[in-house]
Write a protein that binds this ligand. Structure first.
Ligand code: NAP
Length: 320
């Protein structure tokens, strides 16, 4: 089939108005469920654009044999079967590097907010009970001078470590491979998973979601943490076993958690985790700044345009 003048792109609409505007003259956007409709001629769809986290698997790719590129708005690609795409000769693009600062800022925002009980304090300060200052209420945990453990000393993890140095924290990290350059430049110390869990006052998760990292933090890992420790997840919800976390927070075998991501996401509105005071939750806001989201839009569109033109993607996920 000859290529159409205006390529058709399957996307989980609605996109942000800024992205829709950037794309309006160059592609025709089709809604996600188009791929399931009887009207869908698979060959006529030239690309897939993933904005939220819709699943792109082998079944979808086989239904759309005309797809030349999958472009993702974001760095995490756990919702895309990259191996299946690679096997079919389809490159997958993402947006690494430009959201590290914003996501590390969010990790630190949650760390500070959870340690110093910001959300509880805000609720109390607005509520009917706050009629007199009382030095004994809402005591939090110190941040400066404590020990931070980072699972995933990659792009985002390194930025979290940099921020921690300003708070005079000792930083431990755990990766599958040691990072001598990070150890030298940032003064961070490699630790085994167990050492990191046992010694850290704050444990921050910045690993990708893979088969290996699913439930990286489960019952056994939470049991290794100190009762005064705080868990921060800015990676992906399923990196933590939600039931085990709910139990640990309810029984206070760990002190608190700050979660930018959950499993499932969103949590059911009546989920017990949402009833707990020792959890601070944000709705997946890691990279959500005006500046970073604009750069993500530009990068994801650069990938889309390059893939449609049959050129190498500027930011391609490794298919290995
Ligand atoms: P990255 O640069 O690839 O860093 C990931 C780090 O995780 C690497 O240092 C890697 O080291 C380590 N790692 C991977 N598998 C591991 C395992 N099984 N055990 C221990 N460490 C492991 O990735 P990034 O750009 O920092 O992004 C990380 C993740 O953050 C993304 O995949 C995404 O899911 C999430 N994210 C969330 C938000 C948000 O809005 N909350 C925003 C952006 C990104 P080794 O390979 O040596 O193990």
């Amino acid at each position: 089939m000859p290529p159409r003048a205006t390529p058709r792109v399957l996307a989980d609409l609605p996109l942000s108005p800024a992205i829709a505007d950037m794309l309006k003259d160059s592609v025709e956007l089709l809604p996600w469920d188009w791929a399931q409709s009887p009207k869908c001629e698979g060959e006529a769809i030239s690309a897939i654009y993933t904005y939220g986290h819709p699943t792109v698997d082998a079944v979808l790719l086989d239904r759309l044999p005309g797809v030349r590129v999958v472009s993702n708005f974001g760095v995490g690609v756990d919702h895309i079967d990259v191996a299946a795409a690679t096997k079919r000769g389809i490159p997958v693009g993402n947006t690494p590097g430009i959201l590290d600062g914003a996501t590390a800022d969010m990790a630190f925002t949650l760390l500070l907010a959870t340690g110093r009980r910001l959300a509880e304090g805000d609720r109390y300060a607005r509520g009917p009970s706050f009629l007199r200052y009382d030095p004994s209420y809402l005591l939090g945990r110190e941040i400066h001078g404590t020990t931070l453990g980072i699972f995933g000393m990659g792009r985002i993890g390194s930025q979290v470590a940099k921020r921690a140095l300003g708070f005079n924290m000792t930083v431990l990290y755990h990766n599958r491979q040691r990072k001598p350059d990070a150890e030298q430049k940032l003064g961070v110390t490699y630790a085994s998973k167990d050492e990191l869990l046992a010694q850290s006052d704050y444990v921050v998760l910045t690993v990708p979601l893979t088969a290996e990292t699913r439930h990286l933090i489960g019952r056994a890992e939470l049991a290794r943490m100190k009762p005064t420790s705080i868990l921060i997840n800015v990676a992906r919800g399923p990196v933590v076993d939600t039931d085990a976390l709910t139990e640990a927070l309810t029984r206070r075998t760990i002190c608190a958690a700050g979660l930018d991501v959950t499993d499932p996401e969103p949590l059911p509105r009546d989920h017990p985790l949402l009833q707990l005071d020792n959890v601070t939750i944000t709705p997946h806001l890691g990279s959500a700044t005006e500046q970073t989201r604009l750069r993500m839009a530009q990068m994801s569109i650069e990938n889309l345009v390059a893939g449609l033109a049959g050129k190498p993607l500027p930011y391609q996920v490794s298919g290995r």
